[in-house]
Design a protein around this ligand. Structure first.
Ligand code: COA
Length: 228
C-alpha cells in the first residue's frame, strides 16, 4: 500500500517537472521564429529611424518656421530601385501633426503657407494643400490608387493610377474624411466630418456625407451661407 502511494507520488512529481520541458521542446520551433521575428523587427526599426533622420535632414524642402512632429512618419525616400524621388515641401507656418503618415513615393506633397495636417492623418501624394487650409484628425487623402483591371494578376503587380488631389486655400476638411484621387476642392469650402469626397467640390461650399454632396453655398449678396 505504502509502496504504491510512493510510486504514484513520484510519477506525479516527474510529470510536474517534465511537462513544461516537454511543452517547451514541442514549441521550440515557434520560440525560434518569435526570437528571429523580434530581432528582425529591431533591425528594421533602427533602419527606418535612420531613414527618417536622413529624410528630415536632407530630403525635405521647408521654409522656416514650419513644424513636423517627431512621431510623424515621412515616406519620401523611394524603397524600390529605379523609382524617382518626389518632393515634400512645407511653406511657412505649415504643420504635420503627430502620428501622421506622409508618402511621396508616387507624387509630390505640397503644403502651402499656413497649411496643416491633423493628428493621425494619412496623405499620399500627389496632393497639394493650399494656403491656410486645414486637414483635421484621422483623414485619408490620396492621389494614388492601384490598377486592378487584369484579374489574371494580383493588383499588386498591375501598377498605379496617379491623379493629383488639389485642395485650394482656406479649405477646412473636418475629422475622419476620405478624399480619393483626382478630386479638387475649391477655396473657402468646408467638408463635414466623416465625408467621402469622390467628386470636385466648388469654392465657397459646405459638402457632407458619403458620397459628399454640397449642402450649403456662400451667397455674396446676402453675405450668408444658404442651403443649396
Ligand atoms: C460640416 C460642419 C462644420 C457643418 O456645420 P453646420 O454648417 O452648422 O451644419 P448644420 O448643422 O447646419 O447641418 C446642415 C445639415 O447637414 C447635416 N450634416 C452636418 N454635418 C454633417 C456631417 N459631417 N455628415 C453628414 N451630415 C451632416 C446636418 O445633419 C443637417 O442636415 P438636415 O438639414 O437634414 O438637418 C459640421 O457639421 C461638422 O462636420 N463639424 C465637424 C467638426 C470637426 O470635425 N472638427 C474637427 C476639429 S478641427
Amino acid at each position: 500500500m505504502w509502496e504504491t502511494e510512493t510510486k504514484s507520488g513520484g510519477v506525479k512529481r516527474a510529470v510536474r517537472i517534465f511537462l513544461p520541458a516537454i511543452h517547451l521542446a514541442s514549441n521550440s520551433y515557434a520560440l525560434v521564429e518569435s526570437v528571429l521575428g523580434f530581432a528582425r523587427d529591431i533591425v528594421k526599426a533602427v533602419y527606418l529611424a535612420g531613414i527618417q533622420l536622413y529624410t528630415r535632414l536632407v530630403c525635405i524642402e521647408r521654409e522656416f518656421p514650419s513644424s513636423i512632429r517627431l512621431r510623424a512618419r515621412l515616406d519620401v525616400v523611394p524603397r524600390t530601385a529605379g523609382s524617382e524621388r518626389h518632393r515634400l515641401s512645407l511653406g511657412k507656418h505649415s504643420l504635420i501633426e503627430t502620428h501622421c503618415v506622409v508618402c511621396t513615393w508616387h507624387g509630390d506633397v505640397i503644403l502651402k503657407e499656413g497649411a496643416s495636417v491633423g493628428i493621425g492623418s494619412v496623405v499620399v501624394g500627389p496632393v497639394q494643400i493650399g494656403e491656410n487650409s486645414a486637414v483635421a484628425q484621422n483623414c485619408f487623402i490620396s492621389g494614388q490608387s492601384h490598377c486592378y483591371e487584369d484579374v489574371s494578376k494580383s493588383f499588386r503587380r498591375q501598377g498605379f493610377q496617379v491623379t493629383p488631389v488639389i485642395i485650394q486655400k482656406d479649405v477646412w476638411i473636418c475629422s475622419n474624411c476620405v478624399i480619393i484621387p483626382g478630386v479638387k476642392i475649391g477655396n473657402n469650402s468646408v467638408i463635414g466630418a466623416g465625408s467621402v469626397v469622390v467628386d470636385n467640390i466648388p469654392a465657397y461650399s459646405v459638402a457632407v456625407g458619403n458620397p459628399a454632396k454640397v449642402i450649403k453655398k456662400y451667397d455674396f449678396k446676402t453675405e450668408k451661407w444658404v442651403r443649396a
